[in-house]
Write a protein that binds this ligand. Structure first.
Ligand SMILES: Nc1nc2c(ncn2[C@@H]2O[C@H](COP(=O)(O)OP(=O)(O)OP(=O)(O)O)[C@@H](O)[C@H]2O)c(=O)[nH]1
Length: 592
């Protein structure tokens, strides 16, 4: 009979969906291999001697209600050919039976030799193998104890049974156990081409570093829409006055003295203003139109400039850092304007430069901490400008929809145009030319816009805190927060706020509810949020079977997106198909 190779056998299986197993029996001569095979195949005990190198038997049996074809090979062992034969058989054998006779000690001693040869040859970690101790009906001739055979098998984790080949049930039970083991093994270890690949790694975002301090300094340096001028007598060349410009809103928010002067002028409290100016060694020169001019002969332009720069951005000029004289000048300006943080920093800088303190590193650290704290103060003060500011130069009006009332923010063109590209363009084109005092933004969520404008002003990003909502599984609250963040993402894209765009994607990736994945994917794809888009696709892909039936999936996404998601399907489609095929087979064979 022509032997089928493994592939042919598998092909047949697939066609007929009838599993087929190849079992080979090995053992010493006279141990009962042929008798076992014949008993199993023909269900009878054969006393006849059946010569030959090997015999091929075929039989169909029912295991748990399913027909299985068993191909049985009984080997004969002319020693020189054994290795060749074993190697050959191993390639297409699903399970091995190793048989010895309990009445023949030598046949038992051959079992470890067979086993070791298998171990040498096999290229898999595991192969099903069953050890059988035959002829227990000849108990009075026993040469091998059950205990020593069991010890051998237990040590190697091999199934073992003593039997009598007269007993068909016992013979069949060995074959069935071997089949079951092999079958389960097949399911657990898919073929190489169907091995489960690594899961897709969720993307992460590197948030670009903040430019807030740089932006604050730039607002001062660029001097856009300034409304206060400081003039100084230029002693160096006697050519009259030098001057620089600044913004009342920022200075009033950062320094009490300036606030008192600017507010006093707005409220026409001239006496109070004169008094405050004289305390601060300033002279009110002009308050015409939109520009207020203050002058001083008391301070050097450099020290005064350094103080104003510090108020904008917590930056200390390099020249001041290196000079005791300039630090002393700046210290006296800071004293007059009662700017405590600057006073402390200058005192520390002077002691550093004079080498008065041994612990230089400690002082440097203290200065750096004071400067960091000052940035937090600037951030807080700028955020407050939005709420109430007599020096704002226009208003932003938000109207969510027809049914909601308008909400207003006090806005400041120098801050907005430095911090946000959209406002830079709009303010340059519309505000400057048409002198508008309001910008109306309709169809925009107030909560989302609030997050955006606070970020623009203060660099703060305070998304809804979902810690307790997640703990209590408050889906409604999570989804509501997700919606706010998705609208913010749209705002970031539209208003060109790249860093906030990143922060927003990061927050969404940490907090997105499963029910929002499809919607979020759609939003992400429309507002250039590639990382969030990939994140959503991977998450949907992980649960693809569920999502593909979801109406949101069907309606919100276009074919291109659906195809894209399929690429992220996990486990991948070919793997699922492979396993489905085996599941069908399994269902036919066993009902667990
Ligand atoms: N009492 C008893 N005799 C058995 C049993 N199994 C096999 N025999 C006998 O043992 C002898 C050897 O059995 P075989 O099946 O021919 O052994 P084999 O391993 O194929 O050995 P070779 O024929 O030499 O290849 C035969 O006389 C069988 O009838 C058994 O369970 N009980």
């Amino acid at each position: 009979m022509k032997r089928k190779n493994n592939k042919e056998i598998e092909k047949e299986n697939e066609k007929e969906a009838k599993p087929s197993y190849q079992i080979s029996i090995f053992g010493a001569s006279d141990s009962g291999r042929s008798t076992f095979s014949i008993q199993f195949i023909k269900q009878r005990f054969s006393e006849e001697y059946d010569p030959g190198l090997e015999e091929w038997y075929k039989k169909e049996i029912k295991i748990d209600g399913t027909e299985i074809e068993i191909n049985f090979t009984d080997t004969v062992d002319p020693e020189p050919y054994l290795i060749f034969q074993v190697e050959y058989l191993m390639r297409y054998t699903d399970g091995f039976i190793l048989i010895y006779s309990i009445t023949d000690r030598n046949s038992f001693l051959e079992i470890p030799q067979f086993y070791n040869k298998f171990v040498q040859i096999k290229d898999e970690d595991y192969f099903p193998l069953f050890v059988v101790g035959n002829k227990i009906d000849l108990e009075n001739q026993r040469q091998v104890t059950k205990e020593e055979a069991e010890a051998f098998c237990n040590e190697r984790n091999l199934p073992f049974m003593e039997l009598d080949c007269h007993n068909y049930q016992q013979v069949e039970s060995v074959v069935i156990q071997l089949c079951k083991e092999k079958w389960l093994r097949k399911l657990l270890v898919p073929k190489k081409e169907c091995e489960l690949p690594d899961e897709f790694t969720l993307p992460s975002i590197d948030i670009q570093s903040s430019s807030f301090q740089f932006d604050c300094d730039k607002i001062f340096q660029d001097k856009i829409n300034t409304d206060v001028k400081f003039s100084f007598v230029d002693n160096s060349n006697n050519q009259g006055y030098s001057s620089f410009d600044a913004h009342q809103a920022i200075l009033a928010s950062r320094c009490f003295t300036f606030g008192k002067i600017f507010r006093g002028l707005k409220e026409n409290k001239l006496e109070e203003v004169q008094q405050t100016c004289s305390n601060a060694k300033l002279k009110l020169i002009e308050n015409k139109g939109e520009i207020l001019t203050l002058s001083t002969e008391y301070f050097s332009i450099q020290s005064f400039y350094s103080m104003i720069r510090f108020l904008y951005s917590a930056i200390i000029d390099e020249e001041v850092k290196k000079s005791v004289e300039l630090s002393n000048d700046l210290l006296s300006v800071a004293e007059i304007f009662k700017i405590d943080s600057l006073k402390q920093i200058m005192n520390k800088n002077i002691s550093l430069l004079k080498n008065q303190n041994q612990n230089q590193n400690q002082i440097l650290k203290e200065i750096s901490d004071l400067l960091s704290n000052e940035m937090i103060t600037i951030s807080n003060r700028f955020a407050m400008l939005l709420r109430k500011s007599p020096f704002s130069d226009f208003r932003i009006i938000i109207k969510e929809d027809e049914n909601t009332r308008e909400r207003r923010f006090f806005a400041h063109s120098p801050i907005l145009s430095q911090r946000c590209k959209y406002f830079q363009l709009v303010l340059r084109n519309e505000m400057m030319e048409k002198k508008k005092e309001e910008i109306l933004l309709s169809d925009i969520s107030f909560d989302s816009f609030l997050l955006a404008i606070e970020y623009i002003y203060s660099d703060r990003f305070l998304p809804p805190n979902l810690t307790s909502a997640k703990q209590t599984e408050n889906t409604k609250q999570i989804i509501q927060a997700n919606k706010i963040m998705l609208e913010l993402l749209i705002i970031c894209d539209y208003f060109q706020l790249p860093r906030l765009h990143q922060l927003c994607q990061k927050d969404l990736m940490e907090n997105l509810h499963e029910d929002m994945l499809v919607f979020a994917l759609n939003v992400a794809s429309q507002c250039n949020a590639q990382i969030l888009e990939e994140f959503c696709m991977i998450q949907i892909g992980k649960n693809f079977q569920k999502f593909k039936k979801d109406p949101q999936f069907k309606n919100y996404l276009d074919q291109e997106q659906k195809d894209q998601i399929k690429k992220y399907q996990f486990p991948p489609e070919n793997y699922i198909k492979y396993h489905k095929k085996f599941k069908v087979k399994l269902a036919k064979i066993w009902t667990y």
